[in-house]
Design a binder for this molecule. Structure first.
Ligand code: ZN
Length: 380
């Protein structure tokens, strides 16, 4: 029997939350990190290895999949789960962010967005109704509302206008969503760095009523300090009994700091993209494996990590593969990074359960809070 989509709060410590999301394709323990599978693949990783990392849910991108290979084809082939061979939960974004950041020649109206594909220039139109229809064809467990994303920095007026349009698009998205057991739709809180807009946005979204609430418009170049300031108040505007998802975040210290402020779910391309640029996340901080000092280092990337790379290979081997531009370098480093992120989430969950997360977070921020990963805007 299919279970209803639900969220249960199991433990809390101050604002940090330990919960459980039930979906049609399985249960997600929160706080959770969702590896990004933009084009129906978590780049450089086999699905079986994503599973082994402990990831329970992955993210797919509506914008990319509608353009190639098309939602119609994926639906014909049995949906995104079957198409990519992933039988766990999938969250799809609505395409809004990529339409704004990747496509050319956009025309935005109250009706929707007309744009040209960044692949071949072909013309497309996405409205809230079309975005929800595409996500339905993909078969995603968690559908996101279609919202208007704006560039950072933006004025109060620009932010307010986009937030209001996103609310109206959110209501249309909800109306277009076909309710079935185990499938949910999340609203997206907007309002930039303006507290009153965040509060109005949250209140209006709650009035419409969603299965979960995302916080959008962050990690767009404002920096960790400002992001944490917004997170100091925004989660408090959202219902306690629904999951909260911070979109596109982040580096490890961003995640720890956001959990501390009451966020439950995350997604980001940082671990996978860094895996392709020889950057590894470890319990001792980030390391660039291209660095000459690793050329004869016989130790694994991280001796506490159980991933294939750490169990079987040395830093020297990874350094060699990277220098030689071997594909395996990207595969092993990516897999390691995804394992690291999943281990981090496991540690976070255990710390909340044992009421020691506040101390865990303080220690983590002291060690890694200043670490610079890649500050550029993540677009896909
Ligand atoms: Zn590893």
């Amino acid at each position: 029997m299919t279970k209803k989509f639900s969220f249960t709060l199991k433990n809390t410590e101050n604002k940090a939350r330990r919960g459980e999301v039930v979906t049609a394709h399985g249960v997600i323990q929160t706080p959770a990190f969702m590896p990004v599978g933009t084009a129906a693949t978590v780049k450089a990783m086999k699905v079986s290895d994503v599973k082994k990392s402990g990831a329970k849910i992955i993210l797919g991108n509506t914008y990319h999949l509608m353009l190639r290979p098309s939602a119609e084809l994926i639906e014909k082939l049995g949906g995104l789960h079957k198409f990519m061979g992933w039988n766990g939960p999938i969250l799809t974004d609505s395409g809004g962010f990529q339409v704004m950041s990747l496509s050319k020649i956009r025309k935005i109206s109250d009706e929707g967005v007309e744009f040209s594909s960044h692949l071949d220039g072909s013309k497309h139109f996405v409205s809230p109704e079309r975005s929800i229809e595409i996500q339905h064809m993909l078969g995603s467990d968690i559908t996101m509302i279609f919202d208007e994303c704006i560039q950072f920095p933006a004025t109060f007026e620009q932010t307010q206008k986009a937030m209001e349009r996103s609310i109206s698009w959110g209501a249309r998205s909800k109306a277009a969503f076909k309710e079935r057991d185990g499938y949910g739709i999340f609203g997206i809180n907007q309002g930039g760095t303006f507290k009153d807009l965040r509060e109005i946005s949250a209140a209006k979204l709650v009035e419409i009523g969603f299965d979960g609430y995302a916080i959008g418009g962050l990690a767009v170049g404002e920096g960790q300090k400002i992001m944490f300031e917004v997170l100091d108040y925004t989660p408090d505007f959202l219902p306690k009994n629904k999951p909260r998802y911070l979109m596109g975040v982040g580096k490890p210290s961003d995640i720890v700091g956001a959990v501390l402020r009451g966020v439950d779910m995350f997604d980001c391309v940082i671990p996978t993209r860094s895996g392709r640029t020889a950057q590894a996340f470890t319990r001792n901080g980030t390391m660039n494996i291209r660095n000459a000092k690793f050329h004869d280092d016989a130790k694994p990337l991280d001796d506490k990590c159980g991933c294939y790379a750490c169990v079987n290979h040395s830093r020297a081997y990874l350094h060699h593969l990277t220098k030689a531009n071997e594909i395996l370098a990207a595969m092993l480093t990516t897999e390691h990074n995804i394992f690291y992120y999943q281990d981090l989430m496991k540690d976070i969950r255990a710390a909340i359960e044992e009421k020691r997360f506040t101390a865990f977070a303080k220690d983590f921020m002291e060690k890694f809070g200043d670490e610079v990963v890649e500050e550029e805007v993540v677009v896909s």
